[in-house]
Ligand binder design. Structure first.
Ligand code: NAD
Ligand code: LMR
Length: 338
């Protein structure tokens, strides 16, 4: 079978097995922040992905143990652990996809923007290294505040002369995962069949689920749609509060991050019709970055898809989110250029 037919197999589950590894292109994935709450389960899920041939796990500490542990799993990829800044270059060299869950998480009472002061510097340093060691990689930014860290990354890559908007993604998949779960629960439809686009950004009201476009159709009242929208927007806070000071979503985020990285790999390998929502450079609205459905291909973003028809409630939500999203984007751009 050709590589294309293998990578466009009807089975899209990230845990599937059974590919002849020699027929699938070699792909290196680097996880930066791999010893953290998201990093460890995300590294595990990427180790289970048959599209990955080399898995580089980088953190400022504790990666040798995580890498040794994961490396014993009998799946395709070779696993390498890298610890401390001196090893960052080796971790990144030759990477096709770099996933960044490095940085501090929220505690109850904090907004994602409260993480800016610490995480902006972390992301800046990591992106400078990406520009140097693997400028062609697709970058999957998980570190918060995503609405600012993606613009920071873009500015750092511009300064280095390596910026390609097709290769930079803010990971908003967890918003989609949540919207699907909550919609299926309320609408009593099979969760595995649900599709819901989530657009805008990744913080509070900037997260805009488009339940009017959800499939399969469920008979939900306006009040139920409003409640589902708010629950999706506050999904991160729901977990932060339940964890009561011990961090934010890690396991569901690892799942979401693995789904998005898998889509990037499928796109790189030439699979057709790979579409996920992501926060990317965009002309869908007047904002320079915006999350919407994106078609992934051999060079990363193949097409940024439009919003489609919106309900009046969604149109209102879209106008409301723009000022906050704009100021988070500007904050990131300003930080990177100061
Ligand atoms: P965590 O504290 O458990 O892990 C973060 C890891 O990053 C730690 O292992 C730490 O050593 C590492 N790190 C810190 N500085 C680093 C550097 N310079 N280079 C490499 N690694 C470094 O936190 P977590 O729960 O894994 O969350 C990580 C980030 O992901 C947070 O900013 C959080 O807000 C964000 N997050 C985003 C989403 C999303 O949907 N995009 C969802 C959940 C969490
Ligand atoms: C999430 O949506 O779970 C993450 O952005 C983490 C957070 O701080 O809520």
């Amino acid at each position: 079978r050709s590589i294309k037919s293998l990578t466009t197999s009807s089975s899209s589950h990230i845990l599937r097995r059974g590919y002849a590894s020699e027929a699938v292109p070699d792909r290196k994935v680097a996880v930066l922040g791999a010893a953290g709450g998201i990093g460890q389960p995300l590294a595990l899920l990427m180790k289970l992905n048959p599209l990955v041939s080399s898995l580089a796990l980088y953190d400022i500490a504790n990666t040798p143990g995580v890498a040794a542990d994961i490396s014993h799993i009998n799946t395709r990829s070779e696993v390498y652990g890298y610890s401390g800044e001196a090893e960052l270059g080796k971790a990144l060299e030759g990477a096709d996809v770099v996933i960044i869950p490095a940085g501090v998480p929220r505690k109850p009472g904090m907004t994602r923007d409260d993480l800016f002061n610490i995480n902006a510097g972390i992301v800046k340093g990591l992106c400078e290294a990406i520009a140097k060691h693997c400028p062609q990689a697709l970058v999957n930014m998980i570190s918060n505040p995503v609405n600012s860290t993606v613009p920071i990354a873009a500015e750092i890559f511009k300064k280095a002369g390596t910026y390609d908007p097709k290769r930079l993604f803010g990971v908003t998949t967890l918003d989609v995962v949540r919207a699907k779960t909550f919609y299926a629960g309320k609408g009593k439809v099979p969760v595995a069949e649900v599709n819901v686009p989530v657009v805008g950004g990744h913080a509070g009201i900037t997260i805009l689920p488009l339940f009017s476009q959800a499939t399969p159709k469920a008979n939900l009242s306006d009040a139920e749609i409003t409640a589902l929208t708010k629950r999706t927007q506050d999904g991160g806070t729901e977990v932060v509060e339940a964890k009561a000071g011990k961090g934010s979503a890690t396991l569901s985020m690892a799942y979401a991050g693995a789904v998005f990285a898998d889509a990037c790999l499928k796109g790189l390998n030439g699979a057709s019709d790979v579409v996920e929502c992501s926060f990317v450079q965009s002309t869908v609205t007047e904002l320079p970055f915006f999350a919407s459905k994106v078609r992934l291909g051999k060079n990363g973003v193949e097409e940024v898809l439009g919003l489609g028809p919106l309900s009046d409630y969604e149109k209102e939500g879209l106008e409301k989110l723009k000022p906050e999203l704009q100021s988070s984007i500007e904050k990131g751009i300003k930080f990177a250029n100061q």
